[in-house]
Write a protein that binds this ligand. Structure first.
Ligand code: NAD
Length: 486
């Protein structure tokens, strides 16, 4: 079978596709069939240098444009992304294996939202005026950082390329984006669209490669910032490398987020939240609520309704709009998740749904639910990054808040209850960057997204992202004679 997925070339630099076949071959595997659907080459030192030069050369002219002009280009890119949503969604599905039913509403659309939002905001990024004694004053300028490096994970290749690119460019920076080597295809389309929308050559570049390429980029003295979406282990390495040059960082890392369901919650909403927070994208979402704490009085009803609704899972061809549960991104990731399921069983959790590999091609794994999970079991402490839900039981609010926070991670947390004051108390008490009341896992561009503790540094989306892609310059203006001691 032939697939419409082979890009024109591996990299997009200085406004055009470029190739260097001396780079190591990266095979792109379609998770539904295991077929190789494209081949790209990892960036060689020559390609890395070309990208750094392009982004450096483009920096001054891009920063000198008004926010209105930059914003117009980004908003045009948003329009093109929306017009091409179908084709971009099909590509995202080939790249990741996520069902088209999902990618049609969650990937290019979310990228377009980011370009539209930050495009609209670009002209409003300004400093402030600070009056001082005697008529003196200070004014501030919010200035771009310079060349920013974006490094992506494999679960949302279009969204991550856009969530990093849109605020970076709106603020007047240029970007070199390195997608995950597992899903290298979609970011090239983002670069192509930005260029078509009018972004000058070198403003947004894409280079392929493994960790070594990311590492070479972030240690180059021409680079001012790195924004990584990835695992905690990678985040620690990238943060340390960036620290040597005192580079600005945004770190969007892993999690083990709690979802707390009190027995006064709406059962249907709580189950929907748990499904969204564990099985969307086949569980490959960083903010998933994988520790579902259910109050004792509701546990039986919760599990009964959850397992009933899991009967509506449609596993199959991800390009078929009827499919609502796709394969995992790779054989390797499926093997890792199967290892966690085996540990869950071995450590005494009760398997109430799924747990096995269906007898079919592709990297499928059934949605899996464990009950009677205790806090110290591996499935309750480690990020699994697959379709595995752990249900834990609790009795009261203080206890569950303590247990929910007893993790080194702090990405997301949710509470389901009909008690208004308790909902806000819990939200205030959660040690997490992104909290939800009566829902889980929504990430609109208007809201800040990011983690505390080991889950990250900085925030993406919302006005907060502007703080993460600019620096403040303070300018003191004297309106009086200069007084000196002698
Ligand atoms: P990963 O950490 O293995 O890789 C992430 C990226 O970092 C890849 O592009 C990889 O090539 C690059 N990389 C690896 N080593 C590097 C190094 N030394 N220097 C520079 N770059 C390097 O993560 P993954 O397996 O692709 O993605 C899954 C992880 O990402 C999970 O932990 C998940 O929670 C996390 N994630 C977080 C968010 C968020 O917004 N917080 C979103 C999606 C995924």
């Amino acid at each position: 079978m032939t697939y419409p997925t082979q890009p024109k070339a591996s990299h997009f630099i200085g406004g055009e596709y470029v190739e260097d076949t001396a780079g190591e071959v990266i095979e792109v595997i379609y998770p539904y069939t295991g077929d190789v659907i494209a081949r790209v080459h990892a960036a060689t030192p020559a390609i890395i240098e070309r990208a750094l030069q392009a982004a450096t050369q483009a920096k001054a002219a891009w920063a000198a444009m008004t926010g209105t002009e930059r914003g117009r280009i980004l908003r045009r890119a948003a329009d093109i992304m929306r017009e091409r949503n179908h084709d971009l969604s099909v590509l995202e599905t080939f790249d990741t294996g996520k069902p088209l039913q999902e990618t049609t509403v969650a990937d290019a659309t979310s990228g377009a939202d980011a370009f539209e939002y930050f495009g609209g905001m670009a002209a409003t990024i300004t400093g402030e005026h600070i009056p001082l004694a005697g008529g003196d004053f200070v004014y501030t300028r919010r200035e771009p950082l310079g060349v920013c490096v974006g490094i992506g994970a494999w679960n949302y290749p279009t969204q991550i390329a856009s969530w990093k690119g849109a605020p970076a460019l709106a603020c007047g920076n240029t970007m070199i984006f390195k997608p995950s080597e597992t899903t290298p295809l979609c970011a090239l389309k983002v670069a192509e669209i930005l260029h078509e929308a009018g972004a000058p050559a070198g403003v947004y570049n894409v280079v392929q490669g493994m960790g070594a390429v990311g590492s070479a980029l972030i240690t180059d003295p021409r680079v001012a910032k790195v924004s990584l979406t990835g695992s905690v282990a990678t985040g620690q390495k990238v943060y340390a490398a960036a620290a040597a040059g005192l580079r600005n960082v945004t770190m969007e890392l892993g999690g083990k987020s709690p979802q707390v369901v009190f027995d006064d919650a709406n059962l249907e909403d709580a189950v929907s939240g748990a499904i969204l927070g564990n099985f969307y994208s086949t569980g490959q979402v960083c903010s998933n609520g994988t520790r579902v704490f259910v109050q004792r009085g509701m546990v039986d009803a919760f599990l009964a309704r959850l397992t009933e609704r899991l009967g509506a899972v449609v596993m199959g061809d991800p390009q078929d709009m009827a499919t609502n549960f796709g394969p995992m991104v790779s054989a390797r990731q499926r093997d890792i998740v199967e290892g966690f399921i085996a540990k869950g069983v071995a450590e005494g959790a009760r398997l109430v749904y799924g747990g096995t590999r269906p007898d079919r091609d592709g990297f499928f794994l059934e949605p899996t639910v464990f009950a009677d999970v205790t806090d110290e079991m591996t499935i309750a402490t480690d990020e699994i990054f697959g379709p595995v839900m752990s249900v834990l039981t609790f009795d009261d609010e203080d206890e569950v808040l303590r247990r929910a926070n007893a993790t080194p991670y702090g990405l997301a947390a949710s509470v389901f209850t009909s008690d208004l004051t308790r909902a806000h108390r819990m939200a205030a008490g959660f040690e997490a960057g992104t909290c939800y009341i009566n829902t889980h896992n929504l990430a609109p561009v208007e809201a800040p997204f990011g983690g505390s503790k080991l889950s990250g540094v900085g925030r993406e989306n919302s006005k907060e992202a502007v703080m993460n892609y600019t620096q403040t310059k303070g300018i003191y203006v004297a309106m009086n004679p200069v007084e000196a001691p002698f």
